[in-house]
Design a protein around this ligand. Structure first.
Ligand code: ARG
Length: 415
């Protein structure tokens, strides 16, 4: 009987393969691996065998793509959540779901610990551990990469050789990639120089805008209560819809993001993202809100989106504040139903039309034609009272200036 039972968040890469054996020995533990499929492109075949050969006694591989979109990515889409106004947080949104599933498996298996393969200088360690802590305060979090003895990839490979852990002898990818259906994050290698343009081989899902077709493509997105439900007049389930929009955006070079970003741990890092689908859906959703949200709600919601984005980026998905803000956001989405027409062309998205049964655009008020119903005469009184405060302020300024001038004349300080 082993002393501990650990559920490991396992990707099948070098770090997590080493981790399985290392934890097994160092913690006298039975190891169960868990791999979540969030719609990443990387094949998951052969993963079970690999985990077993690395020392795991049981393997979980779960397709979480639908849950990821409907319970994490779409709520953030409804919020209009972009970290630092630019990043739709594909990676940040995946972590809480992986942590939640890790906890569920730990409970089912009666494990006393969970482990992840994040480094000690990123955001992901925080997201994992804070989420696990929020859902299962008694479970112990382990982060071997922060403490173990290995200083390089070579040392890890040597360890694998010694312990007969299978390492796929693939040519090392120069980048560190985190990929899911909502977007891809690409780091390391030459990308660490913020002055260097990301080379073509850094991108997985998009063509360079300059190599995109010379002809635009029209696409329409239908939303119901802030969620995308149909593309070009055809309804899709969430996973098929996002895959389709990713594909359409990818061929027009949409959603390449090159961002100097502030990590939670105090580091400024250069991040390259590809989010063709998320970029198009965020754009279209925003345009539909412009049509359907009452002005003060729209303005206030932008403030909420910023706070909400920071919460997600900083690992606080499972916080009462995120949930309360979500309730506000979802209330605002009750009327965000309608269609948006776009043109995609060489990396750009342009709106060409929008319509909604809840449209607040009133032609009788907006028109400059004879159909105009707006009460022009009422504007006079409105402006009088609206500007009254400024007039009062200005009169006082003038009076004080005149009095000061008189005083200085009397004192002879003004020639
Ligand atoms: N900076 C991004 C975030 O914190 C992405 C991190 C992705 N990790 C990676 N291995 N490339 O959400």
């Amino acid at each position: 009987m082993k002393k501990n039972k650990i559920v490991v968040a396992y990707s099948g890469g070098l770090d997590t393969s080493v981790m399985v054996k290392w934890l097994k020995d160092n913690y006298d533990a039975e190891i169960i691996t868990f791999t979540g499929n969030l719609g990443q492109t990387k094949e998951l075949v052969g993963l079970e065998e690999k985990a077993i050969n690395s020392g795991a006694s049981k393997v979980y591989i779960e397709d979480l793509t639908k849950e990821f979109l409907e319970e994490y990515a779409f709520p953030a889409l409804r919020a209009g959540a972009m970290y630092e106004e630019a990043y739709p947080m594909a990676c940040s949104l995946g972590r809480p779901l992986l942590a939640k599933t890790l906890v569920e498996i730990a409970r089912k298996e009666g494990a006393n610990m969970v482990a992840h393969g994040c480094t000690g200088k990123g955001n992901d360690q925080v997201r994992f551990e804070v989420s696990v802590g929020a859902l299962a305060p008694d479970l112990k979090n382990l982060a071997p990469l922060r403490t173990w003895e290995f200083k390089s990839r070579e040392e890890e490979i040597e360890y694998c050789r010694k312990h007969n852990i299978p390492v796929t002898a693939s040519k090392e990818n120069p980048y560190s990639i985190d990929d899911n259906i909502w977007g891809t994050a690409i780091e390391c290698g030459v990308l660490e120089d913020p002055m260097v343009e990301p080379p073509a081989d850094a991108y997985l899902h998009t063509v360079a805008p300059e190599n995109a077709p010379d002809k635009f493509e029209e696409v329409s997105i239908l939303f119901e209560k802030g969620n995308p439900v149909a593309v070009n007049g055809k309804y899709f389930d969430s996973v098929s819809l996002v895959m389709l929009v990713n594909e359409i955006g990818g061929r027009h070079g949409i959603g390449r993001i090159d961002l100097i970003e502030n990590r939670l741990v105090g580091i400024k890092s250069r991040e390259v993202y590809e989010t063709p689908g998320a970029s198009i859906l965020h754009f279209a959703h925003k345009e539909l809100e412009r049509l359907t949200l009452e002005k003060s709600v729209a303005h206030y919601k932008n403030l909420v989106a910023q706070e909400y984005s920071n919460l997600i980026y900083n690992g606080l998905w499972f916080s009462p504040l995120r949930e309360a803000l979500q309730a506000f956001i979802d209330k605002t989405q009750e009327r965000v139903t309608g269609i948006v027409k776009l043109k995609l062309y060489k990396g750009t998205i342009r709106i060409t039309g929008r319509s909604s049964a809840y449209s607040l655009y009133d032609p009788a008020l907006a028109t400059y034609t004879a159909e105009d119903q707006f009460d022009h005469a009422a504007s006079e009184g409105f402006i009088k009272i609206y500007g009254l405060g400024l007039k009062t302020y200005s009169r006082v300024e003038e009076r004080v200036a005149a009095e000061n001038k008189k005083l200085r004349l009397a004192n002879g300080t003004l020639g």
